[in-house]
Design a protein around this ligand. Structure first.
Ligand code: T4K
Length: 388
């Protein structure tokens, strides 16, 4: 049982021992049945087949495709390479409209390939792209839009699709947070021309490192399979420019193991989310981001917004939580446009990113997952309630 915060004197910032003996991390990896993983890894060693479209990879891709109801899953070594390959396969060039309020990989995947990420503002209630802001950022150089389903909550898919159709733009999604989530009863993975998943260790479902592009477009899938493997179409026959984006067998083994564990993780995350909701019901000046109960959710991100006291209070709360061994995070502060590579490119971008700046200054992401102690939500709410 962790220490309960009953008064300001109980806070570690004031000299009391930390509430938790061990650090509580955001994104602590969830690990399924170790016996199953070791069995699959043992079979892999016996086969002496470690990478390059092995049997575990093929089974993994089939299971992801079946789960999402999507025709093609092309698994990759990580989500960032998957983004880069999807961007290239769609032929994006010039400028692409993206949110600034996202993990920096969304912007980097464009910039890395000589494409300009043009940052559009978000809706402050959903934290996802605001379609009107997207419209304002379209120029004659724009070739596409990348929506991000931030925190696993769907971007405004229909609105973005009609903007893309109206302007002849490609639409794809960074669905790194949204594996296991649905929109309008359809699994995320089926929207736009392609969607990109991340299976990084910190994600609700992981393959150590890993990612995938999922799509219902046969030609696009063929192109991305080539691109992921140097453009090889059989021995000695390179028919396309390519890179090395392959997922290795041991990662696919982890994926197959964790697919069987996903329901347990979702239940734990949902239980944690409800416990946080109850714990914060009586805490003034903060708001917990809700999920749509009618949709499938992975409940991975517990997002708290500090609505009073500005960035100073948000940072004071973070410092207090860190002192209690709660390694809460201010994802995705300060927004890509205020990070050096993009600040240097677009020093005045903030003028049009009012909500991005306000939201990134007030968000705290709290720990969740299968390893969260039962009393953590109450203790964390207690720390915040008693902080002056
Ligand atoms: N698009 C979006 C919207 C994304 O969020 C991401 C990744 C991507 C694209 C790119 O996908 P990948 O190429 O990564 O597949 C972490 C992850 O590294 C990153 O994958 C993730 N988003 C992002 C949201 O979070 P950091 O810089 O916060 O990682 P780090 O090292 O600070 O770790 C986070 C916490 O997890 C720490 O408290 C430590 C803990 N942790 C981490 C690892 C790796 C563990 O307890 N065990 C572990 O094994 O980026």
């Amino acid at each position: 049982m962790s220490k309960r915060i009953v008064s300001v004197d109980d806070l570690a910032l004031h000299g009391a021992p930390a509430a938790f003996d061990e650090v509580l991390h955001v994104g602590r990896p969830n690990v399924g049945d170790r016996e199953k993983f070791l069995r699959l890894a043992g079979e892999m060693f016996d086969r002496r087949w470690l990478s390059n479209n092995g049997p575990l990879l093929q089974e993994f891709e089939q299971r992801i495709g079946d789960y999402l109801g999507v025709k093609h899953c092309i698994a990759m070594c990580n989500g960032t390479i998957a983004l880069e390959i999807a961007i290239r396969a769609l032929g994006l060039t010039g400028e692409v409209v993206v949110p600034s309020y996202t993990f920096v990989a969304t912007a980097h995947a464009l910039h890395w390939q000589g494409i300009t990420p043009v940052f559009a503002d978000i809706d402050p209630d959903t934290h996802n792209l605001d379609p009107d802001a997207v419209r304002r950022m379209i120029t004659s150089r724009t070739t596409g839009i990348i929506g991000v389903h931030l925190w696993g909550r769907p971007a405004p898919v229909a609105e973005l699709q009609s903007i893309a159709d109206e302007h002849g733009l490609q639409l794809m999604f960074d669905a790194a947070h949204a594996f296991g989530c649905s929109h309008g009863g359809r699994m995320i993975g089926n929207f736009g021309r392609a969607e990109v998943l991340s299976f990084h260790a910190t994600k609700f479902f992981n393959t150590f490192e890993g990612g995938a592009v999922v799509t219902n477009d046969d030609d696009l899938a063929d192109t991305m399979r080539l691109m992921r493997n140097f453009g090889f179409a059989g021995f000695d026959n390179v028919i396309h420019p390519g890179t090395n984006g392959k997922m290795v067998e041991v990662c696919a083994a982890m994926g197959l193991t964790n697919l069987d564990y996903m329901d347990t993780v979702i239940k734990a995350n949902q239980r944690n989310h409800l416990a946080y909701k109850a714990a914060f019901a009586e805490v003034a000046g903060v708001r917990l981001l809700e999920f749509d109960p009618k949709q499938s959710n992975n409940f991975q991100y517990v997002v708290l917004e500090v609505m009073e006291g500005g960035v100073e209070r948000r940072d004071a709360i973070l410092a207090a939580l860190h002192a209690e061994n709660v390694l809460a995070r201010k994802y995705f502060w300060p927004g890509c446009h205020r990070m050096k590579p993009y600040r240097d490119l677009f020093p005045n971008a903030g003028v049009l990113l009012e909500h991005t700046q306000a939201v990134s200054d007030r968000v705290i992401v709290l720990p969740s997952g299968t390893t969260l102690p039962d009393d953590a939500p109450d203790v964390i709410a207690g720390v915040i309630r008693h902080l002056h």
